[in-house]
Design a protein. Structure first.
Ligand code: A3P
Ligand code: MG
Ligand code: MG
Ligand code: MG
Length: 353
């Protein structure tokens, strides 16, 4: 299957949701709330989830969706509901034909909440299931850093299509990468990129526009002959991955450059286009299970760009286990040619802990 229709709808849906998140990014009222696990959620997360699920329901009515957020807070808080609805009802692609392909807007606030709650699939190994993270890197979004709108289609537990909207990354695939990249940069000249991949068809990037899709360009990971010269990426949040283990691994590989810290799956996009080389995400807590929506799109984009993505033991990420990556611990993403060398260093550091 070529998945061209799925890719097209996913790109348009992510592009429209990114318009919404960009509005919120600039406003003074992001409305952060604390969820039961103490992590933040904003009006941007709710709004983007509503717009994307609405597009998917229009185009693929019988597909299931595993999405991060739920409408409970909106049902309990009228003020919050109204704020989110005011955003959702206004945001449209600036191209009628493109907007029509994703079904136009959502009809009213009650329907919006029902749509948000359609993201409650249990996931699993059977059928067509989308994995959606309306804002990945919410902490980065609140801090004025990187974030990504992430959508992937899994068929029988295997990721077939992946799209990442990164409003604060430069369009230029070869722009130098550092931890300050794109800080508070939404809407600056040359900013905003959409990454995409279809299984077996390679990976692309294109500028994030406000209307019809821009032309895609093929992307590929950089070939790394000397691992000690590699640039490695990791989370900003030390609570999401172990900075100390990662720094020991870098040391073991002879890497002297400081890591590039950025929030969200922008890390997967950045290494896929060769702006960085290696992405490490080693667990801080033994009991944490990674969520499928934090990895599905990025995993495919990196692998289609010539990379290998495994957990800390060298197993491929298994998206068929439900809403979490229950069978995996940690993530090691690197160009195919050096992945084994990186993985050996990971194993050796973790073994000696
Ligand atoms: N203890 C933990 N270990 C690993 N990831 C965690 C975590 N707690 C939260 N996360 C996830 O880390 C994601 C952000 O990753 P990063 O650090 O690469 O920006 C969050 O996504 P959201 O921001 O969508 O909630 C959240 O799902
Ligand atoms: Mg979250
Ligand atoms: Mg996330
Ligand atoms: Mg999120």
């Amino acid at each position: 299957m070529s998945y061209q229709q799925e890719l097209n709808i996913a790109l348009l849906a992510v592009q429209r949701a990114s318009l919404l998140t960009k509005r919120v990014f600039h406003s003074h009222t992001k409305g952060p709330l604390s969820k039961s696990d103490a992590s933040p959620v904003t009006i941007g997360d709710f709004g983007a989830q509503a717009l994307i699920i609405s597009a998917l329901q229009h185009a693929f009515a019988s597909d299931e969706i595993v999405a991060e957020e739920e409408a409970k807070d909106l049902r309990e808080n009228e003020g919050l509901r109204t704020t989110v609805w005011d955003l959702v009802k206004e945001v449209r692609l600036r191209d009628d034909a493109a907007e029509e392909q994703i079904g136009g807007g959502v009809k009213n606030a009650d329907i919006m909440m029902d749509i948000i709650d359609k993201g409650n699939s249990k996931g699993g190994a059977h059928g067509r299931i989308w994995a959606l993270d309306p804002i990945d890197g919410t902490k980065g979004f609140l801090r004025g850093g990187q974030y990504a709108v992430c959508l992937a289609l899994m068929v029988d537990g295997d990721v077939k299509v992946g799209v990442l909207g990164c409003p604060n990354l430069p369009v230029d695939d070869s722009a130098p990468l550092d931890s300050k990249v794109g800080e508070n940069a939404t809407d600056a000249e040359g900013m905003g990129v959409l990454f995409a991949a279809v299984q077996g068809q390679g990976a692309t990037s294109r500028p994030l526009t406000e209307g019809a899709l821009a032309q895609p360009k093929k992307i590929a990971m950089k070939s790394v002959s000397d691992i000690s010269a590699a640039t490695f990426c990791e989370s900003v949040e030390a609570g999401h991955s172990s900075h100390s283990d990662q720094s020991q691994i870098a040391q073991k590989l002879g890497i002297t450059k400081p890591s590039v810290r950025m929030d969200s799956q922008a890390k997967y996009g950045s290494i896929a286009r060769g702006a960085g080389d290696v992405y490490l995400r080693l667990p801080v807590r033994k009991d944490y299970q990674e969520k499928i929506w934090d990895h599905a799109a990025g995993d495919l984009i990196v692998r289609e760009a010539g990379g290998e993505v495994t957990d800390a033991e060298g197993n491929r990420l298994d998206f068929s286990k439900g809403r979490t990556l229950a069978a995996n611990k940690g993530v090691v993403a690197a160009p195919e040619a050096v992945h084994k060398e990186v993985l050996d260093a990971v194993k050796s550091v973790l073994r000696n802990k």
